[in-house]
Design a protein around this ligand. Sequence first.
Ligand code: SAM
Length: 187
Amino acid sequence: MRPSLRRRTVRSRGRRFTIDRGVFDPQRHLSGVAFAPHLVELVPDGARVLDLGTGCGILAAAAAERAGEVVATDVDERAVRCARANLADLGIDVRLGDLFQPVAGERFDLVVVNPPYEVGPSDDLSYRSPDLLVRLGQQAADHTARLVVGFPADDVDTLALTGLELVPWRTVPTAGRPLGIFVADLP
Ligand SMILES: C[S@@+](CC[C@H](N)C(=O)[O-])C[C@H]1O[C@@H](n2cnc3c(N)ncnc32)[C@H](O)[C@@H]1O
């Protein structure tokens, strides 16, 4: 499936998200919309949270229900523009850049990521990335002691590319593949 070709609107947890052309649609693919209510339970009150690969900003907004501060990042300029517009009233800092580069030297109480689910060369990083999972696994501990990852529950082999001990926390049924929510406590 491709990113949304037209601008459309998705509702989640009482908020409206505009999904600009080319930005990952969290309802069509059920991941962000399915993930958001569960993520809220994992965010400690007042925590500093990073939403890595924010897309339209849906997980950053959910995290902000409990967090004291949320930073959101994405490598795609279209997603950053879209998330900035959707999150403007929440005071969330949305930054452009690859992986942890926009938060170099910073630490968070929790990092959440709903990464591309496929591995390989791609001109569409919403769906497929050559190396995101491997690099995430190498760098996450420099930025957090707790990593939360959404990934198809039936594909733990691909998720294992992180090299991290990601423990299944909850499996959320969707109209498509079940979404697994995995947690790693890092040294
Ligand atoms: C599956 S979408 C998830 C979007 C959103 N978090 C959600 O749940 O709806 C993956 C997002 O990660 C972003 N992304 C892919 N590779 C990235 C990278 N190397 N660094 C930062 N963001 C990346 C994509 O642009 C896309 O917005």
